[in-house]
Write a new protein. Structure first.
Length: 178
């Protein structure tokens, strides 16, 4: 079985709405493990070890060169940066990127539908449930993505500059000259 973002997202979608106090990173690991489990051998191809915090998840991504600021694709993980705490404080699975935009301060963001553990229905962390949330994830403000599927050798043949992958989306969100 090859690594599959679609399997990860499908497995996560099946859990949406459950009440569960599982942490965000434990949710990611458990869904990853289950979605890549071989029923015959009972072994999982999920490539990431269980970590305790979103900050640990990011440091693991950096160490394995799978961290990104590019437009996320289905199944990538995200980690949310807290400027006050100066670390990553929440994480989830990107189900899809549905658009882009710009905050009033000029910071760009990706509008993503995510599936998360330890979240309320309105997206508050610590909500004790597994929920689908729409988030504005902004690499300009420190948020990052984890391209775990690159661990099986699917990396881009040549590096793609940040934001270029979603150039059409970014252009659509740019202010128009009058």
């Amino acid at each position: 079985m090859t690594l599959s973002p679609a399997l990860l997202v499908a497995t996560a979608r099946g859990l949406v709405g459950r009440r569960d106090s599982i942490t965000a990173t434990a949710f990611i690991h458990d869904v990853g493990h289950a979605s890549h489990l071989n029923d015959l051998t009972r072994e999982s191809r999920w490539p990431l070890p269980k970590v305790d915090t979103p900050d640990e998840l990011w440091h693991l991504a950096e160490a394995r060169a799978i961290g990104s600021c590019r437009c996320p694709t289905e199944g990538e993980l995200y980690v949310s940066w807290s400027p006050t705490r100066r670390l990553f404080t929440h994480a989830g699975i990107v189900a899809m990127c549905v658009g882009v935009g710009t905050f009033k301060d000029g910071a760009r963001y990706f509008l993503c539908v995510t599936i998360e553990g330890d979240t309320s229905a309105n997206g508050s962390t610590g909500g004790g449930g597994i929920n689908r949330v729409t988030r504005r994830l902004s690499p300009d403000r420190g948020d990052r993505f984890v391209r775990w599927v690159d661990l099986d050798g699917r990396r881009f043949a040549t590096p793609v500059p940040e934001w270029e992958q979603c150039a059409a989306l970014m252009e659509a969100a740019a202010p128009r000259a009058a």
